[in-house]
Design a protein around this ligand. Structure first.
Ligand code: CUA
Length: 362
């Protein structure tokens, strides 16, 4: 209820506009209305005098020769500078909004979304899955990490004013804070084939306790990180990526978010996109000091499986850092094998998680 104090509820509901149900909606609409107002103002400002002059200075006799006007410097400077300032204001405001929308917070609830002809799949941090639906808690920042199994789709929640392309071969992100409970439309907003118009769903914003109750009632898979840990073993990743870095591949402990030196001399920041590329196209950015001999997993794993492995790699960073008090990275390869699949101590993971993928505080 308290979230109804959001400024959005003070704006008159504009006919034909969707409800305002996220942190972005109010300012986004205000910006849009400002653009409409400026456009109408200048349309009238130009069209009305044009009509007036058309009539007032019409040709009154056949032989009439109009008086030539050479120009007016003051007038020209005025009508150049004022529109310039207005357009710069629009640019600055638009850039600010864009920057906010494309900079997801680090403490968000992370939900993984896959688009596929013609459905939306979502997976919550603890493994709960849903299709063509998305349940989110009120007042909590939510970050969607999205990819596609086939063609380009776009995840569009009009009530949140968020629309982001979902692209095969890479991750895109979107974020929002729901500010109003209710059920809202979810659309695919990129033409993606014959059933594009049917690629729709529902977004349900719930009070946090209701969301928790909902989570408990959804049959729960393994969490993405747990499933990733299993894949890490079953795909034999753990045979080369030893914990101490002595294997054929670099150690993946505590790797996420770090800068890594490449064989090419360049440096790359380890994020989801880099990990994904390294799984599917291992030769693209080889880490300095290691040979380019990892096989590709292109076609052998679905996007969801790749995402699971990435979640696992994210989870072993902080976990190891926090739990390393016991064993100071002994040279024996045995601990590496043990490390795989060990569930993260939630406390430690939370304390050290740079990306905050774990916190489920509410
Ligand atoms: Cu998916 Cu249109």
């Amino acid at each position: 209820m308290k979230y109804d104090m959001n400024p959005s509820s003070f704006l008159i509901q504009i006919p034909f506009f969707p409800e305002q149900a996220s942190n972005f909606a109010f300012e986004y609409d205000l910006f849009y209305l400002f653009l409409v107002a400026v456009t109408i103002f200048f349309t009238v400002l130009v069209a009305a005098p044009a009509l007036y002059f058309l009539i007032k200075y019409r040709r009154r006799s056949h032989g009439q020769v109009p008086e030539q006007i050479e120009g007016n410097l003051k007038l020209e400077i005025t009508w150049t500078v004022i529109p310039f300032l207005i357009s710069m204001f629009i640019f600055a405001w638009g850039a600010k909004l864009y920057y906010q929308m494309y900079t997801p917070p680090t403490d968000a609830l992370e939900i993984f979304v896959t688009g596929k002809q013609w459905m939306w799949r979502a997976q919550h941090p603890d493994g709960q899955r849903e299709i063509n639906e998305l349940h989110v808690p009120l007042g909590r920042r939510v970050k969607l990490t999205m990819t596609s199994e086939d063609v380009i789709h776009a995840y569009f929640i009009p009530a949140f004013r968020t629309k982001t392309d979902v692209v095969p071969g890479r991750y895109t992100t979107s974020w929002f804070t729901p500010t109003k409970t209710g059920t809202y439309h979810l659309f695919c907003a990129e033409y993606c084939g014959t059933q594009h118009s049917g690629m729709i769903g529902k977004v349900t914003v719930m009070e946090p306790p209701d969301y928790q109750a909902w989570l408990r009632n959804v049959p729960r898979d393994k969490s993405p990180a747990e499933a990733g840990a299993q894949l890490f073993t079953s795909q034999a990743c753990d045979k080369c990526h030893l914990e101490d870095g002595a294997g054929r591949g670099p150690s993946l402990q505590n790797l996420f978010g770090k800068d890594v030196k490449l064989a090419s001399g360049a440096t790359v920041k380890v994020d989801e996109t880099y990990l994904r590329e390294s799984i599917l196209n291992p030769g693209a950015k080889v880490v300095a000091g290691y040979a380019n001999d990892m096989p590709t997993f292109q076609g052998l794993m679905t996007e969801e499986q790749v995402a699971m492995i990435i979640q696992y790699i994210k989870s072993i960073g902080p976990k190891q850092g926090a739990a390393s008090t016991t064993a100071p990275a002994s040279a024996a390869p045995a601990p590496a094998a043990q490390g795989v699949g060990r569930p993260a101590p939630p406390q430690a993971a939370k304390a050290a998680a740079p990306q905050g993928e774990q916190p489920r505080q509410d």
